[in-house]
Ligand binder design. Sequence first.
Ligand code: ATP
Ligand code: MG
Length: 189
Amino acid sequence: MKNIVIFGAPGSGKGTQSDLLVAKYGFKHISTGDVLRAEIKNETELGKTAKGFIDNGQLIPDSLMIDILAATYDALGACEGVIFDGFPRTIPQAEALKAMLAERGTAVSTMLELDVPDDMLIERLINRGKTSGRADDNEETIKKRLKVYKDQTAPLAEWYEKEGLRHAIQGFGSLEEINAKLCAVIDAC
Ligand code: ATP
Ligand code: MG
């Protein structure tokens, strides 16, 4: 079973490429952003807590996020593989993921990084905001999210480099082109 981390800035295309990989390989997909948005929609206690952070462009605290991830993972059941989209976002989360998988006799197989320049990310997210209905897809919050990404999440690229798992891919061009590059890495791991 493969455990694939898809990594990149907000708007880098993690969700879009995850859907293509799910269709091709039959993997299951954990998007922590989707999990949190479902909690908000259902007006759960967790959703109420998460909303304050998300609408402000901030990350949900690690301890809470790590518990959510483990519960989501354990609920998946048997499958060909899992794509982790939006997790880990901090070094403590990466360490927790490593430990959680080790406890279950498995490990991250590869980390796929989508590299997209900032101006393109901002343009994509502003456009997405016109139809997504997401409270965090507005220019002010987008800029905060990119700063949070640079400060807290981008250092993870080095962390995965040291683990020997990092594969950086150009995240612009046609969807098919990007998908083909991701598949080549997956097929080799
Ligand atoms: P993309 O556009 O590539 O899907 P994104 O940053 O727009 O990425 P999500 O991954 O959907 O969006 O996450 C939305 C918000 O949910 C984040 O800004 C953050 O507040 C919260 N969140 C999601 N995953 C995590 C996590 N692993 N740790 C902390 N907060 C998280
Ligand atoms: Mg997403």
